[in-house]
Design a protein around this ligand. Structure first.
Ligand SMILES: [Ca+2]
Length: 583
């Protein structure tokens, strides 16, 4: 008892370890949804794209067989070896040791001989012996490793692996398997290695796994890793490249995504062209193990996936909800839901849901979002975000579209935008704007002493048109000033600057530090009026235009004495006499 439990645990650990070894680079990234960071301005959440670990999905599968009575043993029957029709065993559903129920396809292996599910034998030949094995998760999952089916019988002559993305309502083939693809499915045989980046989504028929009963191999693969390798390289070292492709190519992403798989066993292995009708107990299907490794699809909004009432659910972050984190939480519908993105590598983009105006009575749990939420009055026309500090206004319950037309008495008209599934106020008055007229128009800011439904909720910024960069202000009404300008409305000059008709300008002269020289007088701090013969910004130069003699003393000897030499240089170069001059 203890030994078998130990062996089971050991087998499980081996399974988990092997999965980890397969994807070292997958496991290193996107495993954190948010990180708290500290700055001078306080604590912030830095949100990143995240996804759950890849796990053994057979732990959560529901298996259905069609026809339902296809499992052997009821009534008890004999089945015989393919190679030797006289070497037979019994299947009896009523006796544990002789029963082969479906759950033995996904129990924990670790002992020999393997446990296996087995069908009835092909007694009803020539009526086809067909079995559909449906694996359902009732949850969208993303496959991350090969699907591996291990047969106890010989591998079937004909089989189709199918997938569903809509919980079994519609099915698409994933791969065809046959000993003779042309004969069975009218398809040219191919292997995954015949594919490329451009044909990776092609559905192929392969003869690779149906090489007749003489083959020792009992395994059938659906090759996920080989397909990944077209993007990530043969050893899957460049997973970033794969993630980049998955992010931008929906078809590729969907290709590896399933809610259900269906194994359609169409014809058992016969070992030869003709069926030996004298020994039909040789023909049956038996499967000892099915491996499906993947992760819950959570749209890059969760790292956890838990089972609740036998259903897998993402443990959604980023203010999202739903089994796949496929929508924004109530009160967090400030912008349309969006999946996270793997890009930019390596942390991706979280695309979190932001609070809607209906949540203002229940302040959001986070302090602040970096970097892209706008606050009331600081106008960013591309975003409709509520001010996070408006905790005094009562909550608006979202019940239906009509009740959603909450415009804080600045409008009585709304429109429903179907694309965004949201109601938006139109013609907001009193200088307001936004989905619920809860923001102030450009050039206005929130009146802190007024309620949100007050006519005077928005006050004009009143920025000085000359001194400010633009006419917008922050939530306290403070304008953004040009260089040299100060004051809440940018109508004052910083020290060292003076107000002119074009704004604040640096002082050219004053009576303290930049004094006009040689008897010059400072005019309005912008120029020195110089008495003749002086000139220059501070009247520091003698004017040389008329009387060159008067300049020579102040200009210095150097300039004069250099002149003949400067004039000589081109001549020297022309004559090639430079070696005569040693500088
Ligand atoms: Ca088994």
């Amino acid at each position: 008892m203890y030994l078998s439990r130990f062996l089971s645990l050991h087998a499980l650990w081996v399974t988990v370890s092997s999965v980890m070894q397969h994807y070292p680079s997958v496991w290193g990234h996107y495993d954190v949804c948010k990180t708290q960071i500290y700055t001078e301005d306080g604590k912030f959440w830095d949100y990143t794209a995240c996804q759950p670990e890849a796990i053994d999905m057979m732990r959560y599968v529901k298996v259905n067989l069609d026809p339902p009575d296809i499992t052997c043993g009821n009534p008890p029957e004999n089945f015989c070896g393919m190679g030797n029709p006289y070497m037979c065993n019994e299947c009896d559903a009523a006796i544990d040791e002789l029963a082969h129920p479906p759950e033995l396809m996904f129990d924990v292996e670790g002992r020999h001989p393997y446990t296996f599910w087995q069908s009835t034998t092909w007694k009803a030949y020539p009526k086809p012996l067909r079995v559909n094995i449906t694996l359902s998760w009732n949850k969208t999952i993303e496959l991350t490793d090969n699907i591996v089916i291990t047969f106890e019988s010989s591998r079937p002559d004909q089989m189709i692996l199918e997938k569903s993305l809509d919980y079994g309502r519609t099915w698409q083939p994933y791969q065809y398997y046959a000993t003779d693809c042309l004969n069975a499915f009218n398809m040219e045989p191919k292997t995954v290695r015949d594919l490329s980046q451009h044909t990776v989504l092609e559905i192929i028929c392969t003869e690779e796994y149906s090489t007749g009963y003489m083959s020792n191999s009992k395994i059938i693969h659906f090759e996920i890793k080989d397909r990944f390798a077209f993007f990530a390289g043969p050893r899957l070292h460049n997973m970033a490249s794969l993630y980049g492709q998955l992010d931008t190519t929906k078809n590729l992403r969907d290709f590896f995504t399933v809610t259900d798989l269906r194994i359609r066993l169409l014809r058992p292995a016969t070992g030869e062209i003709y069926v030996d009708t004298d020994h039909l107990t040789r023909y049956f299907y038996a499967i000892s193990d099915i491996k499906v490794v993947g992760r819950c699809k959570c749209n890059l909004h969760a790292t956890g996936c838990r089972e609740e009432n036998k259903k897998l659910l993402c443990e959604c972050e980023h203010n999202t909800t739903g089994p796949d984190c496929g929508k924004c939480k109530k009160n967090y519908q400030g912008r349309p839901w969006s999946p996270g993105s793997y890009l930019p590598i390596p942390k991706g983009t979280a695309n979190i849901c932001i609070p809607s105006i209906s949540s203002i009575g229940n302040p959001p749990k986070f302090d602040r979002i970096l970097p892209n939420i706008s606050s009331l009055g600081v106008s960013n026309p591309n975003q409709v975000g509520p001010k996070l500090a408006l905790s005094t206004v009562s909550s608006v319950q979202v019940a239906n579209h009509k009740r959603d037309c909450e415009c804080f008495r600045h409008s009585n008209r709304c429109t429903y935008i179907e694309l965004l599934s949201t109601v938006v106020c139109v013609s907001c008055k009193h200088k307001t704007r936004g989905q619920h007229c809860e923001l102030c128009r450009l050039g206005y800011f929130r009146n802190a002493s007024a309620e949100l439904d007050d006519e005077n909720v928005c006050i004009e910024c009143n920025c000085n048109p000359i001194g400010s960069v633009h006419d917008r202000c922050n939530e306290k009404g403070i304008c953004e000033c040009k260089e040299g300008t100060s004051g809440p409305k940018c109508d004052k000059c910083l020290p060292g600057y003076n107000w002119h008709s074009w704004g604040c300008q640096t002082n050219v002269c004053d009576n303290e530090l930049q004094i006009c020289q040689n008897g010059g007088t400072c005019q309005n701090n912008i120029r020195c009026l110089c008495p003749p013969p002086y000139s220059g910004v501070l009247c520091e130069k003698l004017s040389c235009e008329k009387d060159s003699q008067s300049c020579s003393q102040d200009s210095g000897q150097g300039a004069v004495s250099l002149q003949p030499l400067v004039l000589l240089l081109p001549l020297v170069a022309l004559l090639g006499l430079s070696e005569l001059f040693i500088f």
